[in-house]
Ligand binder design. Structure first.
Ligand SMILES: Nc1nc2c(ncn2[C@@H]2O[C@H](COP(=O)(O)OP(=O)(O)O)[C@@H](O)[C@H]2O)c(=O)[nH]1
Ligand SMILES: [Mg+2]
Length: 200
């Protein structure tokens, strides 16, 4: 599949504000600063669509993008609030956790979740919590190992294998990507195509 167009729809600060739609949804999850916004920009071929920030923790909403309007493979992309950001109050953290948990438990239009983790590190406790949400809710997902450009090429495969082992996944479910160098998108698009086709 190819992304032909994409536009910002809205941000939801609570589950009540989430979009009610029959369109399939692809959710993008991961800790703050892992590269969610950068990857969305890479995916849609627009460097400015999802605002990226050098300061983590700025995305406090579920931000929705409509992709491929009026062409085949139309879907909603949901950029989920990043977790694991230390410099916010416990009340704010709880609000994000509630929003994430409700969205993942109730949104029946999710066809797949792109679960982003940093290729350089083992998943964090917060990542394990996210994994448990996905597992508990029976949600299909693929792990994207971000910032692959930060590693020598020779280490990329090993790091993906070790992230796969951590989550007890097959290696085909951990895909290395670099939004900086624009590598890895083809494999992600192939997964999205499968996920969208399975829904039809
Ligand atoms: N080297 C490198 N840096 C990246 C990549 N993706 C994101 N970043 C940087 O990581 C920081 C956080 O990225 P952002 O997309 O805002 O993360 P988000 O909080 O998950 O949305 C920014 O400084 C980005 O420039 C990548 O593929 N390679
Ligand atoms: Mg972001």
């Amino acid at each position: 599949m190819r992304v032909k167009n994409a536009s910002y729809v809205k941000g939801a600060a609570s589950y009540a504000q989430c979009i009610v739609s029959e369109l399939p949804q692809v959710a993008v999850a991961g800790k703050s600063n892992v590269g969610k916004s950068s990857f969305i920009n890479y995916l849609v071929g627009d460097g400015k669509l999802a605002r990226t920030s050098k300061l983590p923790g700025r995305t406090r909403l579920i931000n929705y993008f409509l992709v491929n309007t009026d062409v085949s493979g139309e879907f909603l992309l949901a950029d989920l609030p990043g977790y694991g950001f230390a410099k916010v109050s416990d009340a704010e953290k709880q609000r994000w956790a509630d929003l994430l948990e409700q969205y993942l438990a109730k949104e029946s239009s999710i066809v797949t979740v792109l679960f982003l983790v940093d290729i350089r590190h083992d998943p964090t406790n917060d990542d394990a919590v996210m994994y448990n949400y996905l597992f508990k809710n029976n949600l299909p997902f693929v792990v994207l190992a971000t910032k692959a450009d930060k590693l020598p090429k020779s280490q990329v495969k090993n790091r993906c294998r070790s992230i796969a082992n951590f989550f007890k996944l097959g290696e085909a479910n951990v895909l290395p990507v670099s939004s900086a160098n624009k590598t890895g998108l083809e494999a992600v698009l192939a997964k999205l195509e499968q996920a969208l086709a399975a829904r039809e």
